[in-house]
Design a protein around this ligand. Sequence first.
Ligand code: 1PZ
Length: 214
Amino acid sequence: MAAAAGAFSLREVLSAFQAAVTERREVLLGPYLRGWRGLVRFLNSLGAIFSFISKDAVAKIQIMESYCGGERQEEYRTLQSMVAYELASGLVDIQRRSEHPDSGCRTLLRLHRALRWLQLFLEGLRTAQEDSKTSTICTDSYNASLAAYHPWVIRKAATVAFCALPSRNAFLEIMNVGTPEEAVVMLGDALPHISSVYGITEELYAQHKLLNLP
Ligand code: 1PZ
C-alpha cells in the first residue's frame, strides 16, 4: 500500500540526505537540515515523551539555519565551506566553550553524532527479526554511539523514553512508506546515503581535528 497523497513519509525525509551529497562529495547544508527537520517532525509524531530530545535537536537545527540564512550564507552553503570559513576566521572554540559557544562546527558535530545513532538504529530495525523490540534496537544503537557523549541523567531519560517506542512492525508502518516489507526495502535504499553523509563529515572533522569540540 502506498502512502496516502500528501501524507508524511519517512522516505522523503531520508532522501534529503541523498540530495545533500554532491558529485564532488560536498555536503549541502540546506538538504541536510531539511532532512533533520523531517526527522524531528517524525519524532514529535511518536509522542510527547520524546519532546526533550526534539527540543534540543530543533535548537541546534535553528542555530544552523540562522547561519545558512544569515549575512555569511555563501560560507554556509556546504559543510566544507563552513569548516574552512569558521576555522580561518577564528570562530570555533577549540579548548572550551567561551567566545563562540554556538559555532556551526560544534553545533553540527552534535547532529553528526546523532546521525550515527540514526544509522545504527535504522540498520538495526531493517535487519532485525520481526518480533524484535524496537526499544532494544534503539537502546543498543544509542549505547554504541551517542550515549558516550551524554551525562548519566540524559542517558537515563533517553533509556526511559525508548521504552515508549511501538513494536517493530508498528514502527515500520508509521514510517508511512507502505507495508513493513516495503519500509524495509526503502531503508535498504536510503541507508547508504546516510552512511555517505556520515562518512564524509567524519573524515572532514577528523582531518581538521574537530571531533571533540566542546
Ligand atoms: C525514535 C526514538 C528517538 C530516539 C532518539 C535518540 C537520541 C537520544 C538523544 C537524547 C538527547 C537529549 C537531550 C539533549 C542532549 C544534549 O546535551 C546533547 C549535546 O548537546 P550540547 O549539550 O553539547 O549542546 N545533544 C545531542 O546529543 C543532540 C541530540 C539530537 C537527537 C536527535 C534525534 C533525532 C531522532 C530522529 C528519530 C527518527
